[in-house]
Design a protein around this ligand. Structure first.
Ligand SMILES: NC(=O)c1ccc[n+]([C@@H]2O[C@H](COP(=O)([O-])OP(=O)(O)OC[C@H]3O[C@@H](n4cnc5c(N)ncnc54)[C@H](O)[C@@H]3O)[C@@H](O)[C@H]2O)c1
Length: 252
């Protein structure tokens, strides 16, 4: 049990990567606050964790609203008298979203979490933040002949926001040290609701697999294990760093 007795707040934990992180952290002994926009999926994840013998609660949270993020942090501190772990995971993507929407959730939401999370953790003398960046925070995407969203306003905003998340990670790591460690994960293509349009369209899937030396999509649980490493003392000398878990995409 690597997180025994820890209080963890995970945004966007109703689906995909956030759900896998919430389930793993609870299995490792943490009390988890599922901070999620979608009430139905958020509560369902709490039910899954409780059914497995873990501790979790739900708070409807829109991370693009600073007050919501502050409330989620305050709710964790009120319940556990501490916030040990904050995972800024909530994110959106795809052509149905505008530039402003993607920046609001994927960049501003992470900023609010880091700002108020570091403040709360410094006050208590310790804490760990894990931000969900992306391989799209390290490189741009060249796509020819395929109807993917990366050339659109939404796709460009996604690239810009994820590059920004790595910048936020470095800046808040400097501000939080030595008490608070702040790192981020750069996943590659992971099989979740977010990437469903990709996995359902054969040419897109082939493009993603061809660019991934491991030759397959990653699973949310594989990202959750990286998050556990960053949230636990196993990474005790690590701060301000991106951890790449992309099946080799950015090694090309
Ligand atoms: N799936 C991938 O291939 C991949 C790759 C790199 C990075 N990521 C990042 O991982 C994170 C999780 O993505 P996922 O693939 O699990 O997607 P997902 O769609 O399965 O889960 C995202 C969750 O965030 C929630 N959410 C969306 N907007 C929110 C808001 N404003 N406030 C609170 N919750 C909100 C959604 O309701 C959903 O439950 C995102 O930041 C995404 O950009 C995903």
């Amino acid at each position: 049990m690597k997180l025994e007795g820890k209080a963890a707040l995970i945004t966007g934990a109703g689906s995909g990567i956030g759900r896998a992180i919430a389930r793993l952290f609870a299995a490792e002994g943490a009390s988890v606050l599922v901070a999620e926009l979608n009430e139905e999926t958020g509560k369902a994840v709490v039910g899954e964790i409780e059914a497995a013998g873990g501790r979790a609660s739900f708070l409807r949270t829109d991370t693009s609203r600073e007050e919501d993020v502050k409330d989620a942090i305050a709710a964790t501190v009120e319940k556990h008298e501490r916030l040990d772990i904050l995972v800024n995971n909530a994110g959106i993507g795809g052509p149905t979203h505008t530039w402003d929407q993607v920046i609001a959730v994927n960049l501003s939401g992470v900023y609010y979490g880091c700002l108020h999370g570091v403040e709360a953790m410094r006050g208590q003398g310790s804490g760990v933040i894990v931000n969900m960046a992306s391989m799209a925070g390290l490189v741009g995407f060249t796509v020819t002949g395929l109807p993917v969203a990366f050339g659109s306003a939404s796709g460009t905003a996604y690239i810009a926001a994820k590059h920004g998340v790595i910048g936020l990670t470095k800046q808040f790591a400097l501000g939080g040290a030595p008490e608070v460690r702040v790192n981020c994960i750069c996943p590659g293509w992971i099989e979740t609701a977010l990437t469903q349009p990709l996995t359902q369209a054969q040419p897109l899937l082939e493009w993603a697999l061809q660019g991934t030396p491991m030759g397959r999509l990653g699973q949310p649980e594989e990202i959750a294990k990286a998050a556990l490493f960053l949230a636990s003392d196993d990474s005790s000398f690590m701060t301000g760093a991106p951890l790449i878990v992309d099946g080799g995409w950015t090694a090309r």
